[in-house]
Write a protein that binds this ligand. Structure first.
Ligand code: 6PG
Length: 249
């Protein structure tokens, strides 16, 4: 699986570069297709600054009426809960852009039955083609809510499932690996030295998707990107065949 790796100096320059990179993907899509650009957002803390920068773009840089936002995973908590990925995106992006509410496809009714929410979300996204999926990586090499040793890792048919994460004593709603891998662009956004070991396991660890779930991410026809800061890359050797671009910004 070849990939393209962009490396910036620090988290702020990574967020700025990722914003520029994403605007390029949106603009090239919109120039070539009448279909809206479907962007799957990642949760957690890393992408927050990127979302803020997207919200601060000059008017017209992105035609938000041509962008549909979906969530690659969600905590099974109400949408106004402090842990909600929707709430994080609302506060960092949605409150700043004029995107039609019909273009914001969040997980329906989180906080109750995770299974019901996942089934409803799967139905809502039926037939949707993912243009870009943003992903983070956990210290345990999870991505989205595909955690080590969990049932969702082996799901090959469904696109969205509820996933019990015993180590966090919680339920999550998550895209499955096959759904993520159907995307045109899959981009890991990773910053900070605490991620070096996880990146090493992903790139150079033994092939063990149960232990290292991020190894499941291999776009079937699309492109795999790593948008990193220098601290996340660290002394890691890049995978064979990877294209590496140093992005000074
Ligand atoms: C979530 C994310 C999760 C996240 C990683 C990295 O809901 O938390 O989808 O997969 O991307 O845990 O999180 P940080 O960016 O906070 O390190």
């Amino acid at each position: 699986m070849s990939s393209t790796i962009h490396v910036t100096a620090d988290p702020e320059s990574l967020a700025k570069h990722a914003c520029h990179w994403l605007v390029e993907r949106i603009q090239e899509h919109c120039a070539a297709s009448p279909r809206p650009f479907v962007l799957a957002l990642s949760g957690g803390s890393t992408p927050k600054r990127l979302y803020q920068l997207l919200g601060e773009l000059p008017d017209g840089m992105v035609d938000w009426s041509r962008v549909v936002l979906v969530w690659g995973d969600e905590r099974n908590v109400p949408a106004d809960h402090a842990d909600s990925n929707f709430r994080m995106v609302r506060e960092s992006l949605l409150d700043s852009v004029a995107i039609p509410s019909s273009n914001v496809l969040a997980v329906p009714n989180p906080g109750g039955s995770a299974s019901a929410a996942a089934t409803e979300y799967e139905a809502l996204l039926a037939g949707v083609k993912l243009d870009c999926v943003l992903l983070g990586i956990g210290d345990d090499v999870h991505t989205a809510s595909l955690f080590p040793g969990t049932k969702a890792l082996s799901e090959q048919e469904r696109s969205v499932v509820a996933n019990r994460v015993d180590k966090l004593d919680c339920w999550r709603i998550t895209f499955t690996a096959p759904f993520i891998n159907s995307a045109k662009h899959v981009a890991f956004l990773i910053a900070g030295s605490t991620k070096q070991a996880a990146l090493h396991s992903l790139w150079h660890g033994q092939r063990d998707v149960s232990q290292f779930p991020s190894q499941l991410i291999e776009p079937s026809g699309g492109k795999l990107w790593f948008l990193l800061d220098q601290d996340a890359l660290g002394a890691n050797a890049v995978p064979a065949g990877a294209e590496v671009v140093s992005c000074a910004s």
